[in-house]
Design a protein around this ligand. Sequence first.
Ligand code: MTE
Ligand code: HPA
Ligand code: MOS
Length: 781
Amino acid sequence: MKRDDIALAAEGASAPAVGRSHVHESARAQVAGSAAYIDDLPELKGTLYAAPILSPVAHGTVNGLDASAALALPGVRGLVLAEDIPGDPILAAFAHDEAIFASDVVQHVGQVVGLVVADSVMLARRAARAVQLDITPLPAILTVQQALQAQSWVLPPVHVRRGDAAAALQQAPRRLQGRFEVGGQEHFYLEGQIAYALPLEQGQWWIHSGTQHPGEVQHWVAHALGISSHAVRVECRRMGGGFGGKETQAGHLAVWAALAARKFGCPVKLRLDRDDDFVVTGKRHPFAYEYDVGFDATGRIEGLQLMMAVNCGHSADLSGAVADRAVFHCDNAYFLEHVQIDSYRCKTHLQSHTAFRGFGGPQGVLAIEVILGDIARHLGLDALDVRLRNLYGTEDRNVTHYQMQVEDNILHELLPKLEQTSGYRQRQKAIFEWNRASPVLKRGLALTPVKFGISFTATLFNQAGALVNVFTDGSVQVNHGGTEMGQGLHTKVAQIVADELGVPLSRVLVTASDTSKVPNASATAASSGTDLNGRAAQYAARTIRDNLAAFVAGLDRCGAGAVRFQGGQVMSPTATRRWEDVVKEAYANRIQLWSDGFYRTPKIHYDKTTLTGRPFFYFAYGAACTEVAIDTHTGESRVLAVDILHDVGRSINPAIDIGQIEGGFVQGMGWLTTEELVWDERGRLATHAPSTYKIPATGDVPEHLRVALWHEANREDNVGGSKAVGEPPFMLAISVYEALRNAVAAARADGADGDAADGARVELRAPATAESVLRALGRLG
Ligand code: MTE
Ligand code: HPA
Ligand code: MOS
């Protein structure tokens, strides 16, 4: 990795903070081990520990439970079961379809039936395993194929149509059909799921939760306890990674811990052991696809029918929005004139699958990229040419299948730029020659784009609040509705506030997310953390600045607009004062030194019934050119070189943005190559630990991983001219998968002309593990 282009900015400099690579606000503390996670907080006297009792059966009726062996262990305090819930026994999730504790029926292996509470974590876990459940098994649906057959849904199917796909398919000169699947993905946040519930006086609660959505945790806990939201305060300083896995799943733990704390009248901590975390919590949704595509001799698509079967697990959770986002992204960057999309939200007896970086977007983008790869190999054309030919236009062919006009398309410049800087054409030729001379090892190259819609598709979530306090010494505290999970949100918000007040970054401190400071905040998700909270904080700071400007204007007899704030100084046409002095004087004159701020994303609207509108404020773009090699004897593969050109608008913090791009890419690579979730025939997750579930390690990061940022500001009026960066780069990794399929095709052609000479599509199950590659080569049963 080359990052000499990023000079880390010196702190306290008088230059603007935005646009410079300031270090992450927690970096030093994290490296030194002093950054506090919930399990590091000093525990209150009397704290007890909970561990979950898990269903060993995928689907069944619960007849009873024998906890005598568990309760006999010294130090075990007791159980918490559904009957101990004072409020609604169903979780306050929007679909209202999930029991807090399974009582009559269990719906997946690992579903939580109750808790054991004990004097130590290890004891609670040991005791939970000693609880005997009496369950009569029922038939279980474990695959989307079974669910489709049984019409087993968590939510009704969704059908989106534009034009006449069937007629276009009939008339198209060429036609291809295919089916494929992509697996799910475990979040593997380094900090496992955790909650620490503290009862306060008079029926009030303080919950430390490792959550991306403190406001929802507050609502869920209040609902389960049967109390008002105002009596529940939820706090989160930081998470050791969330990746979507703590958007809803953290709420379950908080509710469980709170119920235990209520029953025993003391603080309760619940931290899942890693194996339990795998087995209890939902993952990225696995998808199965079927397509029928018609195209011309140049590879331009004329009609497409696409079926996506989404494996949602046992409850709705966020599956509706995830499946919707897949529908919104199965065009990726391409104009689909005649299209029919059928999206099935399958109910299976598995963990309830949930948000994961990209939120269905990756599964949608993968579909069209696989189809275009198939078309190119079928026609013997270069896949980049086929992709370019299908791009959304700038003047025409620029309306999506959900009727949103693509106004900010930069791919017509971005793709040729990357094509050139990556040496795509020359390398394609060189690889062709190289493969001819290499019977065992085969290389593949692919260049794929990303276009990702930014905004929550549920319009109401696109709002945010912030609170900025200036103290009399001139130091600044910021609080906002977003959460920090490593992505650098707090750093970016601090930079924005520092510039708004014209103070050095070191004067600004962002404090823990807290429902009692900023209420009703949306989840930190959909990559919109900085867009929403950065703007809200900017507005809060602006109000304070305006107060101070009016005050100084009064002193110097000038217009407030003539007062500038920069480099820790406040300048009017006649005087320059230190920021600290202005603050002190303003306080003495009873000027308000704190303010809230509120932001709502403009322009967006979406009609759920017609599935049309403008769900996204703008799109984030990018592309990656990836070279891989496979060993046709063992099926092993390696990512050799990656060149990325990605659009973050005007970067607020280039080091953080490049880190997000690298991290997103590598995480996407894991999804499509090594991270395989295997459920056995009884619905048990066989891969529930790092011994069998392989996330990319440092050694898997390609030696050549070069990231360049697109130079242009966001064309929409977004904070600082920036664009969201958290999720879009994840989908750049689809270039790895397409490069692998090209390598497989080269092996199958074996010295012929570099493409699949047998004409059959390359059926490479994702993740492309060694077994998967061997199977695609026809070398495994
Ligand atoms: N980066 C780190 N280091 N850790 C994370 O958990 N989550 C990703 C992304 N980048 C994540 C991350 C996901 S799923 C999202 S939606 C965004 O960050 C959320 O933060 P943002 O909106 O502030 O970008
Ligand atoms: N993205 C991420 N999380 C979400 C969304 C979304 O579009 N909608 C609801 N939660
Ligand atoms: Mo990210 S999947 O929107 O938390």
